[in-house]
Design a protein around this ligand. Sequence first.
Ligand code: MG
Length: 288
Amino acid sequence: MSWFDRFAGLLGKRMIIAKSAKDLDKMRAVGELIAEVRESLRAMVKPGISTMDLNNAADKMIRDAGAIPTFIGYHGFPYAICASVNDEIVHGFSKTEPLVEGDIVSLDMAATYHGFVGDTAMTVPVGNITDELKQLIRVTEECLDFGIQACLVNNRVGDIGWAVQQHAEKFGYGIVRDYTGHGIGRAMHESPQIPNYGRPGTKDRIRAGYCFAIEPMLNLGTHETRTLSDKWTVVTLDGMPSAHAEHTLAVTADGPEILTLTKEQKRLMRERSTETVSGRLEKVAGKG
Ligand code: MG
């Protein structure tokens, strides 16, 4: 979320919008759609491909599915995806210059479909990368997971940030503070802002029907950022690499439901959940 959104937030867009059952079905549809795009892009990343190739592929896939790439024209942003390489944190421009072995690239994308938005991001290795970078990506994904698991009815928004922060700090990573996760629905950026740090038990209470985009951004070095002269690309102040991961989720009475999963990922999740003790007990009780 940019300074512009924060300003708009201050002007009064402060209400958190709970989604109806019908809205949630649309959030599920767009979530799955953009997840399929994300996984297709993941499979394409290799040395020699450019972020412009990835952008063009995403643009086509989103439109072929009958959706709109939400980022294009968002406050003037020119591309379907944000492609942020190495020390670029978020909002990177797509370029024709090929990615090279050892790079990491964060790909952030959103689609609008039947009036609702799904937003997701991942950081992908280009060929072989160092163990240091592998860990950065892995921990960023783990932080996303911790953040998601904190999205429980009656928890508070501060609990999400705390969940992300306590894990990231174990590794000494810089947690980006200038950009945050956010509510999502008919608009890509709705209330509340969801920082990747926080104090437990603070900020808005979380209720069923809320939809959030959780998106930790972790840096190998300092958390401090600067924006390039293109007015968009955000880089680390010290030039050290950065990773980013994001899912859109819905808060339900049964816990967080990740919306930006592919059909296949949902199938795997269901399989895995029946392997847990509670899953087995539910089966025995005839609920599974
Ligand atoms: Mg987002």
